[in-house]
Write a protein that binds this ligand. Structure first.
Ligand SMILES: *Cc1c(COP(=O)(O)O)cnc(C)c1O
Length: 339
């Protein structure tokens, strides 16, 4: 079975499991797990930050950061299809009692001008703008990447206005590999970054929030109240350390394979359009007459899984567990769609 639904479906490799078995562990609520500490420090170091906080999911790291930055009656500026707004169960309202100012981005990417226009002026009727949040790569935007100049402009604006800047970096390593940007430089622009280890990096579980030591200290209490204090989490942190060493550079293979799929789809007579495949996500629209359910049923008959992504829309995701032979199988199946 070739599973293109998400890069979260990967299984740990034998070498990753080996690293997990060997991990020294302790009780992380007592701050006695050396492997968790190593992972948090390594993530912070790589992104030019002071401290890190290991959590079970990217939803948790995002929502903890939002809670830490905001207060009730305040507002978060984000893109209208951002994960923090669309796919985290309305957690901004639930956890933080905060409002959202939604921007319409270009494949999920917003400009400094758009952000500037959404910052609230002082007025008793308005919530107070307390956070700007970006997503890179942008999931709903088809794995699109921000260029560095735009990030710098938005960060400069945020600093001038004294508004914290958060990055949902669930797929930040895909962005780094695709653009050649340096992870250390991100710490100069962002106050907090959420990094997923269980997406392209292929670990079974885990995300890390990085930021200043004082902010991460505050976030530790928020994680605890969400029930996210954990014990011998070092077994999972070891998978993250292994992935940072061994699974970052290979993301270029996923990107190459995504481009192959995108090129074949662009040629297919039953495809309306394909979003540019900059990283490991390929989002495309089927022409009217072939529904996404019919298309997915055809793939299923060929032992391929993919995700419906709205009316006529489908998403393919390349990852660690799909090799060139798997891509060849998908390309063959794309040739035999009856449209
Ligand atoms: C997957 C994802 C997350 C976090 O998801 P979890 O399943 O909670 O780990 C956050 N942001 C983006 C853009 C994602 O794609």
């Amino acid at each position: 079975m070739i599973d293109l639904r998400s890069d979260t479906v990967t299984r740990p490799t034998a070498a990753m499991l080996e690293a997990m078995f060997r991990a020294p562990v302790g009780d992380d609520v007592y701050e006695e797990d050396p492997t968790v500490r190593d992972l948090e420090q390594e993530c912070a170091r790589r992104f030019g930050m002071e401290a890190g906080l290991f959590c079970p999911s990217g939803t948790m790291t995002n929502q903890i950061a939002i809670k830490g930055h905001t207060e009730p009656l305040s507002e978060v500026i984000c893109e209208q299809t951002s994960h923090i707004y669309l796919w985290e169960v309305g957690g901004i309202a639930f956890h933080s009692g905060a409002s959202v100012a939604l921007l319409a981005g270009d494949r999920g990417r917003v400009t400094a001008q758009q952000v500037a226009a959404a910052i609230r002026s002082e007025n008793v009727h308005y919530p107070t703008t307390r956070l700007i949040s970006l997503e890179n790569t942008h999931n709903r935007g088809g794995g699109s990447c921000y260029d560095w100049a735009t990030l710098e402009e938005i960060a400069a604006l945020a600093k001038r206005q004294g508004i914290p800047l958060h990055l949902d970096g669930a797929r930040i390593f895909n962005a780094l590999v695709a653009t050649g940007q340096r992870s250390e430089d991100y710490g100069q622009l962002f106050d907090t970054i959420s990094i997923c280890l269980s997406k392209g990096l292929g670990t079974p579980v885990g995300s890390v929030l990085v930021g200043s030591a004082a902010f991460i200290h505050k976030c530790k209490r928020i994680r605890k109240v969400m029930g996210g204090g954990w014990r011998q989490a070092g077994y999972l942190a070891a998978a993250g350390l292994y992935a940072l060493e061994n699974h970052v550079a290979r993301l270029a293979d996923d990107h190459r394979r995504a481009k192959q799929l995108a090129e074949a789809l662009a040629e297919a007579p039953y495809v309306d359009f394909v979003l540019p495949a900059e990283t490991n996500l390929v989002i495309f629209r089927l022409k009217d007459g072939l529904t996404e359910d019919q298309f997915l049923a055809h793939l299923a008959k060929n032992d391929i899984k993919a995700s419906a992504f709205g009316p006529q829309m489908v998403r393919f995701v390349t990852h660690l567990d799909v090799d060139d032979a798997g891509i060849a199988q998908v390309l063959a199946a794309l040739q035999t769609v009856a449209a």
